[in-house]
Design a protein around this ligand. Sequence first.
Ligand SMILES: Nc1nc2c(ncn2[C@@H]2O[C@H](COP(=O)(O)OP(=O)(O)O)[C@@H](O)[C@H]2O)c(=O)[nH]1
Ligand SMILES: [Mg+2]
Length: 273
Amino acid sequence: MSGISKTTEGLTVHAPTTHPASAGTPTVLQTADFLGGHRVSVLIPCLNEQENLKHVLPLIPAWVHEVVLIDDHCTDDTAGEALRIMPSIRVVENHRRGGKGNALRTGSEAATGDILVQVDADGSEDPAEIHSFVAALLTGADYAKGSRFVQGGGTSDMPPLRKWGNWALVGVVRTLWRGTQFTDLCYGYNAYWKRVAPLLLDAEGFDIETVMNLRAVRAGLKIAEVPSFEAERIHGEGKLLTFPDGWKVLKAIVRERRAGRTLTAPAGAEVRA
Ligand SMILES: Nc1nc2c(ncn2[C@@H]2O[C@H](COP(=O)(O)OP(=O)(O)O)[C@@H](O)[C@H]2O)c(=O)[nH]1
Ligand SMILES: [Mg+2]
């Protein structure tokens, strides 16, 4: 696994990674100039991910303003390992009940950047893609959602049953919200302006991404889909349970539909008809 280094010109050199999405791609030179003064906070929700952090943290672009790791009542040494790998990391304890959604809420409140990017800690998502998510926001989107099912995206981490379930749930959403063009629904790689975070982040567990997507639709936010590749987690077992979590997602869709079509977007969000 390659790291990140600074050249004498102050350019940040991103060496090719071993993630399947970017392995073998040429070295990319990026400066913070494209950010136009905006600050990016990367949120990493963690439930016992000590073994995986060495495959994620060193690959985060150096132009990221801060990395906020949310320690969700971990029983391993996730926090200690994170600080050893990246001494500048901010470790925040989830003061809410456990759950990925609750952890992201806690992390978003602690973040000081105006752009938030959420990245899983299990090594399945390539930090080199952070750039595409941020670029989507800087070119006009309020919310940039990752998709494994648009051209340029993919997954090697979804058994057929889960793929089918995700596809069926996408179909339900596209039927209930006519005109919605989503190609993916339950994927954890997303970015948004901090000002819209309170509107989007309103679920406790693995239904969080679905709720974020639907809240963005209901509020008329400008949504961009960003192609993303999801690999298998590197160490440990995934915590998502196909049937209980699929059921939770379906209930979230019904709840959001019943709540009505419109929501007031936070000030500053560009609202489309
Ligand atoms: N904070 C927190 N993070 C969680 C929880 N469950 C999962 N995660 C994190 O969410 C990310 C995705 O989890 P994972 O189990 O790989 O789900 P999958 O990729 O959807 O199968 C990882 O970074 C996990 O550590 C939780 O209850 N709390
Ligand atoms: Mg995973």
